[in-house]
Design a protein around this ligand. Structure first.
Ligand code: ADP
Length: 490
């Protein structure tokens, strides 16, 4: 099958969060199954050019209709660890992708509307005839809309779209200007409640709703989160639309790319290890302590790795730091915030705790360092308010690092409490809590810390259970192939 992913991120070349890992992991899984897989991305100035091999200008004369005129683009081709990637490079004064940042610009919706239009124009003009276009998150939500409303009438009529929602929180809200820019026009049509009109604010349109309405199949990234999206407020207002389109909506649990995340092969680790030599994990713990000048003792290291965003339970992350230090554990945080107030909150925490020989707070994005922290820590915490899937806990499991998580979304689908789960003992792999407050978090952290000190063998069983579980792309890859097959024949 010929599959093209259209996304705003792909690991490791343009990565902000889990979306990047999913695009890269799923593309790889499908290509090793013998499919022809390509990825279309923006050509950001801030992407990691050192991760692209053989970047060449592959299509120089792409003119993308835009407002009354057209924007000249070049399309570059390069391989990202074996994945075939095309990068859209517009030449216009808007400098859509030369902002020194991936997101956070006032015209983000305009930037990605342009990206969708350019991706379709490129597919059309280069004569590509993919079977499936797999679109991701709000940034690619307008692609199926433009495919159905414009491009199918120019020759792209065979293509079927699978749309994956990685995070309902950001939906891409816009108005008349984007209808004019993209050539979709017809506000009276698109402002209909069955089309793109936002379900809460009738004066605006919604990219993600467009993705849901116009795609042939819609997924989110775990079965539990698919349920939450339909039956609670976790779809951030899209529940009604999902209800209408429930027949083409489901949850597929993300996988982890075990080529990138495998402690037996990980080139970023001073000591590689697996189930058979798990004690070598502790050489990484030593190296991690050396790197941050942490005191060497029998204490466990509890870490947080992830974006610093309200979604992640910021107050609970701060509380976890204080609680860990007060209860015989060390604490490490690696996180980046796109919001200044949040950055300052954690800079303050760093000032408060940074002098401790048991604590290190690292603010910023650092892929290489994240590998050492996953390997060198004993536990990670993920106290999210909501979590569509969550990769942190899946990576941690592979590295024998016991997850302590709030039982929501994909965290509930993948972490099974040592004491209170209903799965077999051999599958119990971490600690969970429900209540979104300090008492809830403490109930899980205290059990984890006590087990670490008092029942070392049981703690090791929990670690090994996690390492044995298969959260590779094998199962989700097969699941997505079934979805593609199903919609291809519709
Ligand atoms: P989300 O998609 O909400 O950001 P996920 O848990 O699905 O959360 O994925 C997060 C991914 O990003 C993981 O691979 C994690 O290791 C990585 N990550 C997040 N923040 C950082 C950071 N500051 N430095 C390095 N890696 C990070």
């Amino acid at each position: 099958m010929y599959i093209i992913h259209v996304a705003s991120e792909c690991a490791p070349v343009a990565k902000v969060g889990g979306l990047a890992d999913v695009v890269s992991g799923l593309a790889w899984e499908h290509s090793i199954r013998g499919n022809d897989v390509e990825i279309i991305l923006p050509k950001y100035d801030c992407m990691r050019y050192d991760q692209v091999w053989g970047l060449t200008n592959s299509y120089n004369d792409l003119w993308v209709p835009w407002f009354g005129g057209a924007v000249h683009c070049s399309v570059w081709f390069g391989e990202v660890h074996g994945r075939k990637c095309y990068f859209i490079d517009p030449h216009s004064n808007d400098n859509f992708f030369n902002r020194g940042t991936f997101y956070g610009c006032r015209d983000d919706v305009m930037r990605y509307a342009f990206f969708c239009k350019a991706a379709l124009e490129f597919i059309l003009k280069s004569g590509k005839q993919p079977d499936i276009i797999h679109c991701h998150d709000w940034q690619a939500g307008l692609l199926p809309v433009m495919l159905a409303e414009i491009y199918q009438h120019h020759g792209l009529w065979r293509q079927r779209v699978c749309y994956t929602i990685h995070n309902f929180k950001h939906q891409g809200i816009f108005g008349h200007d984007i209808l004019a820019a993209t050539g979709l026009g017809r506000p009276e049509h698109f402002f209909s409640p069955t089309q793109l009109r936002d379900d809460h604010n009738p004066s605006v349109l919604n990219c993600m709703k467009g993705g849901v309405v116009y795609s042939n199949f819609v997924t989110t990234v775990s079965p539990k989160h698919a349920w939450e999206a339909r039956h609670s407020n976790q779809s951030h207002g899209l529940g009604g639309t999902l209800h209408v389109h429930q027949g083409k909506f489901g949850g597929v649990l993300n996988g982890v790319d075990y080529n990138a995340w495998n402690p037996e092969l990980d080139g970023f680790l001073p000591a590689r290890y697996g189930i058979n030599n798990v004690d070598d994990k502790y050489k990484n713990k030593d190296a991690l302590r050396d790197r941050f000048w942490l005191y060497k003792s029998e204490k466990p290291i509890i870490s947080y790795i992830g974006r610093l965003d309200e979604q992640k339970g910021l107050d609970l992350i701060c509380h976890a730091a204080h609680y860990a230090l007060a209860h015989g554990a060390q604490f490490i945080l690696l996180g980046s915030a796109s919001n200044h107030a949040i950055h300052n909150q954690f800079a303050h925490l760093r000032n408060q705790l940074g002098q401790s020989v048991d604590c290190h707070i690292e603010l910023g994005f650092n892929e290489e360092l994240s590998h050492l922290i996953y390997a060198g820590s004993d536990m990670v915490i993920v106290p999210s308010v909501f979590e569509p899937c969550g990769l942190t806990q899946l990576i941690a499991l592979r590295y024998g690092t016991v997850p302590i998580v709030r039982s929501v979304g994909g965290l509930a689908d993948t972490v099974f409490d040592k004491d209170y789960s209903d799965v077999d003992l051999g599958m119990r792999n971490g600690f969970t809590f429900n209540d979104l407050n300090n008492a809830g978090l403490e109930s899980a952290m205290s059990r984890a810390i006590s087990l670490y000190y008092d029942y070392k063998e049981v703690f090791r069983h929990i670690m090994l259970n996690g390492m044995k579980a298969d959260y590779s792309w094998n199962h989700p890859g097969a699941h997505y192939m079934n979805i593609y097959e199903m919609i291809k024949h519709k």
